[in-house]
Write a protein that binds this ligand. Structure first.
Ligand code: PXP
Length: 253
């Protein structure tokens, strides 16, 4: 079967988490975004949280100005965020829950319970020319509501599946996987574009990549964590070389 290409959106939130642990500017999430794009990312995802715990307003502005691939702006459906998104004009907005009452038990946005609040937000963002997606569990009622609200895209929350896999809860993982498979098929039958993300690692990304309806995966935490192991040895070697160069200057002076 000839499936559509599968895009990779790299989430750079946790580069900002590390930067913010010290304050200052290093490591810069925009530099990480450019590196990810050079390595093959099809887009960059960043979540401007209401508490600004990782990505900050000027990170989002710089991402929009400095990267040459689509920017996926994750945000809560609040007035403040809608204002910032419309001013930033990202390629896409993914509406995500931040507060307990905004989410389902699976952790996705409760599109059914929050429909009245979401409707004007989806409308305003679409009116501004921004592609809107809803980050929801692959539950039939949530998918139906996403379509009813006029969101052209859903992102299936894979967190419960990935947690079950990681914890070796095979029965739960199998049930979550069936829900994801069925949800992807249902959403595509409604004409929705289907993305997925949260908690994905190499193995789960490989598994979910086999679902033909899914056209984008957004992955952050695992990539940034794994980059420590892929990159630490090289970085220590650079530091060793810098120290050795400096030390030689003792003899030269
Ligand atoms: N997609 C959405 C909508 C998210 O909110 C997140 C987490 O910020 C991700 C994908 C990426 O999840 P992870 O960091 O676990 O890969």
């Amino acid at each position: 079967m000839n499936a559509k290409p599968l895009r990779l959106g790299v989430n750079v939130d946790h580069v900002a988490t590390i930067r913010n642990a010290r304050g200052g500017r290093h490591p810069d999430p925009v530099r990480a975004a450019k590196l990810a794009i050079a390595a093959g990312a099809d887009g960059i995802t960043a979540h401007l949280r209401e508490d600004r715990r990782h990505i900050r307003d000027d990170d989002m502005a710089r991402l929009k100005a400095e990267i040459d691939k689509p920017l996926n702006f994750e945000m809560a459906a609040t007035e403040e965020m809608v204002r910032i998104a419309i001013a930033t004009k990202p390629h896409a907005v993914c509406l995500v829950p931040e507060k307990r009452e905004e989410r389902t038990t699976e952790g996705g946005l409760d599109a059914v319970g929050q429909a009245a609040a979401l409707k004007p937000v989806v409308h305003a963002l679409k009116h501004a020319g921004i592609r809107v997606s809803l980050f929801i569990a692959a539950a039939p009622a949530q998918i139906e509501m996403a379509a009813e609200l006029g969101a052209p895209v859903i992102e299936i929350h894979t967190g419960a599946w990935c947690d079950a896999l990681a914890e070796g809860r095979d029965t739960d993982a199998a049930a979550e996987w069936q829900m994801i498979r069925a949800g992807a098929a249902q959403a595509a039958s409604f004409g929705l574009e289907v993305h997925a993300g949260h908690g994905l690692d190499y193995a789960s990304a490989e598994t979910i990549a086999a679902l033909p309806q899914i056209v984008e995966l957004n992955i952050g935490h695992f990539l940034i964590g794994e980059a420590v192991f892929e990159g630490l040895a090289e970085t220590v070697k650079f530091m060793r070389a810098a120290m050795d160069r400096g030390r030689k200057k003792v003899h030269a002076s």
